[in-house]
Design a protein around this ligand. Structure first.
Ligand SMILES: [Zn+2]
Length: 251
């Protein structure tokens, strides 16, 4: 069991708990995209890919969940949402679960008539306040409407790229990101084969945006983690982290 998921009742800062970080499909024992952003006044789940609900219960505190963001309509970012909704209704006895997503997501997600999900449709440039977190969205370079998000809370700022090709940049989330969680799906060898980023491209985007700390994520399970991270580090010009399930990142 990976460590680091305990909820601190006296939480003061902004943290990101990795619940799933595999790209496009979950690898053996892995999970699709899912990141729990916690501050003193909110716990926002960024994406709910396959395996995220189980890891949320193992590593996080589901009762504290304030809202969910679904970045886009690809199922590796939302396939656990229907069962999360069931768990919230029957397991936690809650009547409402706010879910922020682009307009093309709700028609894809099968939910029952008694689902607690309350959709809040968001788009490029939109801003939402969730508890003490301010979320600002930016449309990326990826099929459909895909939204990266900047989260400001507890005096800190983090950016999550969601999925993107190189036609978008972390700088679109504004300056002053203390932490960027950026997709690096593959290596230089796969650049251009899909609208995703290599480690090299992710590192370059983070350097241009002037982010404090870069953590790469959404790696295809078939791609070598060390190669992706080393590419990112060389382009960023400093050490780069690779997201791991159970790790809690301090923003
Ligand atoms: Zn994806």
């Amino acid at each position: 069991m990976p460590g680091g998921g305990a909820v601190a009742p006296d939480r003061t800062g902004l943290t990101v708990l990795v619940l799933g970080c595999d790209g496009s499909w979950p690898g053996p024992g892995g999970a699709g995209s899912g990141y729990l952003v916690r501050s003193p006044g909110a716990a926002v789940l960024l994406d709910a890919g396959p395996g995220v609900l189980s890891n949320l219960q193992c590593l996080g505190d589901p009762t504290s969940l304030t809202a969910v963001v679904v970045s886009h309509a690809h199922p590796d970012h939302w396939s656990d949402l229907p069962v999360l909704a069931t768990y919230v209704r029957l397991g936690l006895g809650r009547r409402e679960l706010p879910v922020l997503a682009p307009a093309d997501v709700p028609p894809r997600v099968p939910l029952g008539s008694s689902s607690p999900v309350v959709w809040d449709l968001v788009g490029d440039g939109d801003r939402r306040v969730v508890g003490d977190q301010v979320l600002t969205f930016s449309a990326t370079d990826h099929p459909g409407t895909t939204l990266a998000v900047r989260v400001d809370g507890a005096g800190r700022s983090m950016g999550y790229s969601a999925d993107s090709g190189p036609g978008w940049g972390l700088d679109r989330l504004g300056r002053g990101l203390d932490l960027a969680l950026c997709e690096a799906t593959f290596t230089v060898a796969e650049e251009g084969t899909a609208r995703h980023l290599s480690g090299r491209q992710a590192g370059g985007l983070a350097r241009r945006a002037g982010v404090g700390t870069l953590v790469v994520t959404h790696r295809w399970p078939t791609c070598d983690a060390t190669v992706v991270r080393d590419e990112a580090s060389a382009a960023f010009g400093g050490p780069v982290g690779q997201a791991v399930i159970g790790e809690e990142l301090t923003v």
